[in-house]
Design a protein around this ligand. Structure first.
Ligand SMILES: [Zn+2]
Length: 295
């Protein structure tokens, strides 16, 4: 009888302990709970965590086939295309007009040079997604290719930023093809997938580069704002401030950053600042992209 009572009380005690530790947690981080901001990506993150927990429980009782099914369903849910690009200003808009969550897209160009891996690790820790726009001349050596694989394996989208970072307007069609399609071949040989996003160096496209991006099933995008290449913003404090308080910050804004020392340093504060202002971070996997033309 005594033993039964213990068993009955045990869950209550665990519950009480969990409640008190929750309270301690939220007292330490009042800003997170207080802000409406984090709604969209925090919610998604919550959902993803729930699915992972479910998977873990199911694991012991059911076959690995079942586990795979659950994982597949989770991946499909995450891959839902919630956003489309507005080519007039490069912002991302929700497909569902009822979707009122405020969001921005983070993009990192000229990757993976010296800082991309650290930037990816910071973003992952914060639960924020991004597109890394890659240049072919940064993925020549085995070491560089390993870095690209790591960034991809951390769950980040890999975009095409051309093989050698030229101004495409100065190139022949054949050269443009090598810059764009050649890079997709190279990236596919390393990570097993072709990029779904294209950004031309300097935002400088030709009719032909637009056609190639479409044929390749890549969504072509420029950006809404970015500052890290300007002299005044090449330090952590100034860059954080302008990225979070820019007059161009709007719902769906497409934020351009680069693989640079000061951007790496500023990135966690930029993400925190954007979330404090009510913006979630878009998962690029949820952006509609064109179908790749039959080869
Ligand atoms: Zn660039």
């Amino acid at each position: 009888m005594k033993k039964q009572l213990c068993w009955a009380l045990a869950p209550l005690l665990i519950f009480a302990a969990a409640c008190s530790s929750d309270q301690a947690g939220s007292a330490e981080e009042p800003e997170r709970g207080a802000s409406q901001s984090v709604e969209s990506d925090e919610q998604n993150k919550g959902e993803a965590e729930e699915i992972t927990e479910e998977t873990e429980t199911v694991e012991e009782e059911q076959s690995s086939d079942k586990k795979q099914e659950v994982e597949k369903a989770a991946a499909e849910a995450a891959a839902q295309k919630r956003y489309k690009l507005n080519p007039a200003n490069w912002t991302l808009q929700p497909v569902d007009s009822q979707d009122e969550s405020k969001v921005v897209l983070l993009t990192i160009d000229d990757a993976p040079d010296q800082h991309s891996l650290k930037m990816a690790a910071s973003l992952k820790e914060l639960g924020a997604q991004a597109i890394f726009f890659v240049n072919g001349h940064f993925i020549d050596t085995e070491e560089e290719q390993k870095t690209l694989k790591e960034i991809h394996n951390m769950g980040f989208s890999i975009g095409n930023h051309t093989m050698t970072h030229p101004n495409l307007k100065g190139l022949s069609e054949e050269q443009q093809r090598e810059e764009i399609v050649g890079l997709n071949d190279k990236i596919e040989s390393i990570i097993g997938e072709r990029p779904k996003f294209f950004r031309a160096p300097f935002g400088s496209n030709t009719e032909y580069s637009k056609k190639l991006a479409e044929e390749e099933g890549m969504l072509l995008m420029n950006w809404t704002y970015g500052y890290d290449w300007e002299k005044d913003y090449q330090n952590k404090k100034a860059l954080t401030d302008i990225m979070v308080n820019s007059p161009y910050l709007t719902d769906g804004a497409n934020l351009l950053m680069h693989d640079r020392e000061w951007t790496n340093e500023a990135l966690p504060d930029i993400v925190a600042g954007l979330r404090d202002k009510g913006y979630g971070i878009i998962d690029p996997e949820q952006i509609q992209v064109p179908e790749r033309a039959a080869q």
